[in-house]
Design a binder for this molecule. Structure first.
Ligand code: ADP
Ligand code: GN1
Ligand code: MG
Length: 392
């Protein structure tokens, strides 16, 4: 009875907040949707004069995004720019290729629920799905090209710098400081069970900082990037299987293009799920790597400089490491950041990241050769991390 009341209250809260958005017709139903780790996402169905129309509603995670208004300001600017570029290019189906923010009835791009929670609404992009793993090189190529296109659409955004919605998001040094803090507090007494993972992170600390130091010392330029380009943040068309729309724009802000390449490499070059328990399945697939980079560079060679091109593979290793470190930190802190659905979920995720790095290291020379061949920078080993860190 108590539980039923709670459920009804949540439902009422939800229905009241979605009615604040400028949506016509009658609300019919809503269901939780997607597999994101951060926000709470729902798909709703409305009856608009006899036509069933769907929307996406998200409660923004305020523990993670402490200024949701700034997140939405960024998203409005970014989606308008992408829409403009697509329209200028004569693209059809623009509302399936760019997210459309539905404003609240008061004109704001968000609405607050009765508990003060922040919500937003998008058009639901029908006839699309997300992938959790890659199954063919063709897919990897589309995914790579879609992120390069996204970066180039935003390259000349102009105006004020986008808000840093999560400051130091990919700052490895800060992530290590947080990890050491969690380790010293060890509030759940879990450190004793994860010594190999802790040792791995300690051993790789220096190398992990390569990207953030290159950005800081100006060897690679600051650019607007997505910062969270994992595979399931790209919608794929059901019919053509082509990448359709880059979503999850909360972290679009200044960074290096390599953060995006890195997260693509992390999530597209293995057939294993991020939380796979059978680590023998976590393999760095060089055929997927080649297809992914080929797709990415088909657009990105127009704007990347040699120093960026020289760090493509390193970016994959770096972003895999930062995710492993963040999952381990969250595990030590008691699993309060990422959504989890089983005990040790974050630890499993951390272990897949470490397994993937080990597999990358075992194929490092081949991977670097593939990247250098595609990027045409075989003779400019600006960073030569493989040699510096004794991998090859
Ligand atoms: P999170 O930050 O929690 O990862 P996302 O913005 O990635 O949230 O959304 C979670 C999931 O919801 C996505 O992986 C995708 O499946 C789905 N999704 C989000 N926005 C849309 C949309 N406009 N149309 C269709 N599906 C969407
Ligand atoms: C989170 O929001 P989602 O699930 O797409 C996280 C990313 C991690 C990812 C790991 C804002 O992404 O940084 O790479 O989980 N997003 C945030 O799966 O922390
Ligand atoms: Mg997401």
């Amino acid at each position: 009875m108590y539980n039923n009341n709670m459920k009804e209250n949540r439902q009422l809260l939800f229905e009241r907040v979605v009615h604040q958005f400028a949506i016509y017709g009658e609300f019919e139903s809503a269901q939780p949707f997607g597999k994101g780790h951060i926000n709470n996402t729902y798909r709703s169905v409305w009856n608009q004069a006899g036509v069933r129309v769907q929307y996406t509603h998200q409660r923004i995670n305020e523990q993670v995004f402490i200024h949701p208004g700034e997140v939405m300001e960024n998203i409005e600017r970014v989606t308008s720019r992408i829409r403009k570029k697509l329209t200028e290019a004569g693209m059809k189906d623009v509302s399936r290729r760019a997210l459309t923010v539905i404003p609240a009835k008061d004109g704001k791009p968000w609405a607050r629920d009765d508990e003060g929670g922040w919500w937003r609404t998008y058009l639901f992009i029908g006839g699309s799905h997300t992938l959790e793993q890659t199954s063919s090189p063709k897919e990897a190529r589309f995914l790579g090209a879609s992120i390069a296109r996204f970066q180039s659409q935003l390259a000349d955004l102009g105006g004020e710098r986008l808000h840093e919605t999560i400051p130091d998001f990919h700052n490895m040094e800060k992530r290590y400081a947080r990890f050491y803090d969690a380790l010293s507090k060890d509030c759940r007494s879990r450190a004793k069970d994860v010594q190999p993972e802790i040792d791995f992170m300690r051993k790789n600390e220096e190398r992990g900082a390569v990207l953030i130091r290159a950005l800081r010392d100006g060897s690679i330029p600051e650019r607007i990037c997505h910062n969270d380009t994992k595979i399931n943040n790209i919608l794929v068309d059901d019919e053509s299987s082509e990448a359709l729309c880059v979503i999850d724009l909360d972290t679009v802000m200044p960074g290096t293009s390599l953060f995006d390449v890195g997260d693509l490499i992390r999530t597209v070059t293995t057939r294993a799920a991020e939380d796979e328990r059978d680590l023998s399945r976590v393999e760095f697939d060089l055929i997927f790597l080649e297809a992914l980079l080929d797709g990415y560079l088909s657009e990105a060679l127009n704007f990347l400089i040699p120093a960026e091109l020289a760090l493509l593979c390193e970016a994959g290793r770096n972003i895999t490491q930062i995710m492993g470190l963040r999952f381990l930190t969250d595990y030590l802190e008691g699993d309060h950041y990422y959504h989890t659905t089983r005990p040790d979920h974050n630890l499993d995720r951390c272990r897949t990241q470490i397994a993937l790095i080990k597999s990358m290291d075992s194929r490092w020379k081949q991977a670097e050769d593939i990247a250098a061949g595609l990027a045409g920078v075989a003779d400019s080993p600006a960073f030569d991390t493989g040699k510096r860190f004794g991998i090859v």
